[in-house]
Write a protein that binds this ligand. Sequence first.
Ligand code: MRU
Length: 368
Amino acid sequence: MNVHGAPYRTIWVGDDGRSVHIIDQTRLPHEFVTRALNTVADAAEAIRNMRVRGAPLIGAMAAYGVCLALAEDPSDASLIQACEMLLATRPTAVNLRWALDEMKAATSALPAGDRPDAAYAKAAAVCDDDVATCEAIGDHGLSLVREAWEAAGRSRPVEILTHCNAGWLATVDWGTATAPIYKAHDAGIPVHVWVGETRPRNQGASITAWELVHHGVPHTVVVDNAGGHLMQHGRVDLCITGTDRTTAAGDVCNKIGTYPKALAARDNGVPFYVGLPHSTVDWTIRDGVRDIPIEERDGIEVTEISGRTRSGEVATVRLTPDGSAAANFAFDVTPAHLVTALITERGICEASVEGLASLYPERARHAA
Ligand code: MRU
């Protein structure tokens, strides 16, 4: 995607062939800052503190974290330690585990001296796969947006509600939930996106909105609680979100607040779609509510908020009274029965064991 007219991915290797560069997402939307990472500890810090975030990008960052570790020390101990450090950064997005497994499989059997080059090649392949996968999600999802446009008699923009940021900044490029939106916009189908702000870190208001501004997609930011109201009044044709972990039975774990939107969608007959790459399916579990670890972050993300003041500086202020406790559950689980369909790189399927098995028979055979 373009930023100020220049094409960017969210992660890339520097001219030295070793350092890894990212867009520091903690600085958006008010500043566009890139950052060079030189050690596996830098990579872990970037994931933990959400300089990079979004399930597929967390996976890509972890892959390059392994590269940085092996460039410094290609021993078995270094590989094991790097994987342990990276796996401990965030618990919910399964892409992290998937990417580390891919990196171990690509490097552990090699002589130590061959590992760094093999690791960088594999991490690049993980990133290229993510771009192709997300673009294919966009192509499949485009058909749903087109159907909604035809159903409205091509008379007005298609109204799409999304949550959090499952955009290109959450992946290597294109995004998952946003890929069909970008494809539709680029194909000349008029779309308008309702962007849920996504408290407490406001990935919708800060990051999705920033992306849509840069791609010229019409959108409106709403508070999270507005979703139900919009749907009751016929202002949403379809919802599309991303996911951090989807079970083999189609339960979807995504940013906190996704589940209430799915409930409101069901109550109002609005289709609720989830875009996801193969790397987000956890084939080892079926029951998302019981088996997906839900990240709990520091309550300070709830009690404080950051933004740009009218005089132009970025500042953080306190929202709650001193003495109030705050809990910060970062994700929730939307049961499969509330999901109209999953949009994957292999096509669109029902959110169920059978639906996922129809698209991924080779994985489903060994699934939970
Ligand atoms: O906590 P975050 O910002 O990493 O959470 C991101 C989300 O919940 C996204 O919706 C999800 O990762 C889908 S990514 C394409």
